[in-house]
Design a binder for this molecule. Structure first.
Ligand code: GLN
Length: 473
């Protein structure tokens, strides 16, 4: 049998069921991998030291990594922020509960940009994570730790959250599959809010089948989340068997604009031609609102963040600074001044500005209107096409330190991922090749709730490519 660490989640379950390996042995192998590599890669903030309780159920004790902005009962949930450095939630996020009930084991909580604000994990208040393909480079963000864990075999699968690309960007940089589902398909109950009208939790996995499997377990209505959709449960695994014959594929030219690496473009086009070879048809199209996506996203996300992060006052949650003799405003300012990092402060200040009287119409309201135009732009394309494809990010992983002092350059990493959050549509990043030894992500987009079609397309391409996605550890 293969080294257990190289098994996908699906294969691991089969191996356990077939009596080829014991669940405890698998957990041990993962813990050893973490001991051997995580002091360098730093995927995890907190490890779950507990023994695996008798885990029955579909997942057979699968060792899973959870981004540190999802509540885990009894296990620290810091959002990679000093302000929550000692926060231990009294409950599980719905998606975490569903994984546990299906027999999953939470191996640990993964590093991220503070409060999910960033594209490299360098905004973590604790330490950056490193890309296992080249440790001088970032793993992407903000769910960087989750992508590193899956790629480097420090977890069999993971969850991240995606407000503007935070699942897809690190998936693309680290060579894993990453899905941002349709807004409302997964419960956000227990996900620490950053930009609540934009974000969705999503799986990061070794292959497309594992992604479908995790979605089968965590998708579905939740009465604890008022934005959760009431849709019938689907079996996503069934879509993996289908073909793409007759599928209409749109390739928006705007995704190949300035700043997009030539090597990345080539890999994406290679996939378009694979689909063509399998009987799909394709044509180029235009998504002119892509030009407005970044400012629209950042105004929306910062405005929502300024409101969501008002709850961190040091009184109800997390770390409170020494405030002897101070009145509440001074105590509150001191706690927030010391507890939040520079990027989080920048966003709270800009977001508060965009929402304030006299500026609201010019900024926040305008962003909402442009958001509607972006959504309509996608609706128009989905009248002509079943799916759209393009790169997940304009480049492969950049160097640590390269963009961290230049917020605008960092924000530009998200140009191809934020439009789908604004339009609330599903999008998946699929490893589709390498440029200079670094993984490239193909992004596949579909109309709301058409995750199944994305899985069909992704699976067919994955099968044709047959890439070896093991980083050189
Ligand atoms: N990089 C984007 C940001 O900084 C997206 C973050 C995310 O998806 N959570 O806002």
């Amino acid at each position: 049998m293969k080294n257990v660490l190289q098994l996908t989640l699906f294969e691991q379950i089969q191996a356990i069921r077939g009596g080829d390996v014991e669940k405890e042995k698998i957990l041990e192998a993962y813990r050893k991998q973490i001991r051997d590599h995580d002091s360098e890669l730093r995927a995890y903030i907190t490890l779950n030291k507990n023994l695996m309780a008798a885990q029955d159920g579909l997942l057979e004790g699968a060792p899973l990594a959870i981004k540190d902005n999802m509540c885990t009962k009894g296990l620290k949930t810091t959002c990679a922020s000093k302000i929550l450095a000692n926060y231990v939630p009294p409950y599980d996020a719905t998606v975490v509960r569903r994984l546990k009930e299906a027999g999953g084991f939470v191996l640990g909580k993964t590093n991220m940009d503070e409060f999910a604000m960033g594209s490299s994990t360098e905004n973590s208040a604790f330490f950056p994570s490193r890309n296992p393909w080249d440790t001088a480079r970032v793993p992407g963000g903000s769910s960087g730790g989750s992508a590193v864990a899956v790629a480097s075999r420090e977890a069999v699968a993971a969850l991240g959250s995606d407000t503007g690309g935070s699942v897809r960007c690190p998936a693309s940089f680290c060579g894993t599959v990453g899905l941002k589902p349709t807004y409302g398909l997964l419960s956000r109950y227990g996900l620490v809010a950053f930009g609540n009208s934009l974000e969705q939790i999503g799986p990061l996995t070794r292959d497309v089948r594992d992604c479908a499997l995790v979605m089968n377990i965590i998708a579905g209505n939740d009465e604890m989340d008022g934005t959760s959709l009431e849709v019938a449960k689907e079996n996503y695994l069934a879509y993996l068997e289908k073909g793409v014959k007759g599928f209409k594929v749109g390739v928006p030219r705007d995704f190949f604009g300035e700043g997009t690496d030539e090597g990345v473009k080539e890999q994406v086009w290679k996939c378009v031609h694979i689909l063509e070879g399998l009987g799909a048809t394709w044509s180029e199209c235009d998504l002119p609102t892509l030009n407005y996506a970044l400012p629209t996203y950042y105004l929306t996300a910062m405005s929502e963040a300024s409101s969501n992060l008002a709850r961190y006052d040091g009184i109800r949650y997390g770390v409170r600074q020494e405030d002897e003799g101070l009145d509440w405003t001074a105590s509150y300012s001191r706690t927030r001044g010391k507890g939040f990092g520079p990027e989080v402060k920048r966003r709270i200040i800009l977001g508060t500005f965009a929402l304030s009287a006299g500026y609201y119409e010019g900024y926040y309201l305008k962003a909402l209107k442009v958001r509607t135009l972006i959504r309509r732009d996608f609706e128009r394309l989905f009248k002509q096409f079943d799916v759209l494809v393009g790169p997940t990010t304009p480049t492969t992983a950049f160097r640590l330190g390269e963009k961290v002092d230049d917020p605008i350059a960092m924000y530009q990493t998200d140009i191809d991922t934020v439009p789908m959050n604004l339009a609330n549509i599903p999008a998946l990043s699929l490893p589709c090749g390498f440029v200079g030894g670094l993984p490239v992500g193909l992004q596949i987009m579909a109309p709301p709730l058409a995750e199944g079609m994305i899985f069909t397309v992704a699976r067919r391409i994955e099968e044709e490519l047959g890439l070896d996605l093991r980083p050189p550890l």
